[in-house]
Design a protein around this ligand. Sequence first.
Ligand code: GDP
Ligand code: IMO
Ligand code: MG
Length: 425
Amino acid sequence: MSSQVVVGTQWGDEGKGKIVDVLAENADLIVRFQGGDNAGHTVVVNGIKHVLHLLPSGVLHEDSTCIIGPGVVCNPFVLLEEMEQLKKSGLSTDHIIISDRAQMLMPYHQYQDELEEAAASHKIGTTKKGIGPCYQDKYARKGIRFHEFRDFEHFKNRLKETLDFKNKMFVNVYDGKAMDYDQMVKDFEGIRDQILPMIQETTHLVNDAVDEGKNVLFEGAQAAMLDINYGTYPYVTSSSPTSAGVTTGVGIAPSKLENVIGVVKAYSTRVGEGPFVTELTDELGENLRKAGGEYGATTGRPRRCGWLDLLVVKHANMLNGLTDIVLTKIDVLTGLETLKVCVGYDIDGTVYDYIPSDQADVAKAKPVYKEFEGWTEDISKCSSYEELPKQAKDYISFIEEFTGVPVTMISVGPDRVNNIYRKEF
Ligand code: GDP
Ligand code: IMO
Ligand code: MG
């Protein structure tokens, strides 16, 4: 296997971090291609929990190279904090590279995110990490890229010009406060020595690695339903967290992507605002939240919980061209008498087998469910498919049948070792 991508197929938090950590065992390069520290990826190794936001989740494998790719919006202060956490756990951070083309997420982006959310009549429920504003500046061709950090005089000029403009907006449009330029310069001066050695051109590095047959793993953050074009717009993030995002976010041709691995959580969760057709707002939802530990790793917000929505997974498959599904957290469903999966949306009496573009239609949709019998056996220690109860196998078979994608790995617990493999990765 020379190049594979791991993507989220729902609204994020499917367990991508855990799966990337597992697959990174054999990877030479691990590359983030979009998003920023809005991501929260939990990796558990020998009972020790590591929460990663900006760093690729393969970072615990010290003999691989970890790249923050050109499509990422990277807050350098957060990056250094995360690296510091790893060092405290006795881990190396010498294998981390930042693409010189990556956008630098600035303190004013974070403040802008806060102000925009506070002022919005329809709040998106962002993570307030500055992701949207940083991508706004990128596409307006006003962003600051990491290569611009090398010449500090140039960087200071760009900062001055941008901050002057942002401050006018903060004060005059949002009734906020102006940010202090001199302090910001000092803060950036303080991190230059640590950041500069990490900045490299990465697009040739990645293409050469793929051409040489090295194992390259692309790590998606967020998920298909948060995609800027094909998610529940406007309740989405500002990037393309799909296999297509790899090609633009790293700079490799689509033909160079071999395996596209979609991570599917055995039920659904969503953080932030926006329609959620299979949401359970009753005790059952609360029980799922507790059993699955569904609280945001980035913001601590309780995640909204509901039944598995296979229209969502089908949509994700269409966008990504999945070759494999990795099913996670099926252990959380243990003990439920009946399980439901959504196979259609009833909107004003018409049953849809796809997700409509207008979120106002999605908001009206009533789920059409297929029911499955549950199981009571503890499956968290299962290490082969055969050991799973028949009811769990039926649930998995239906996911394969409905989506047309094989479920080649099943995760039955948070630790690196809690997996059932149905093929060699
Ligand atoms: P990501 O954003 O897709 O990486 O997912 P998160 O890390 O935000 O959320 C997934 C949560 O579920 C984390 O706390 C993981 O440790 C945990 N997890 C991952 N896979 C499994 C699993 O198969 N079973 C259980 N019980 N927990 C899991
Ligand atoms: P991982 O990688 C779940 C959601 C936010 C909000 C919307 C926009 O851990 O799966 P943003 O800050 O990106 O502008 O917020 O997207 N969101 C996520 N939800 N998991 C994530 O990442 C998310 N990243 C962003 O809650 O609804
Ligand atoms: Mg997460």
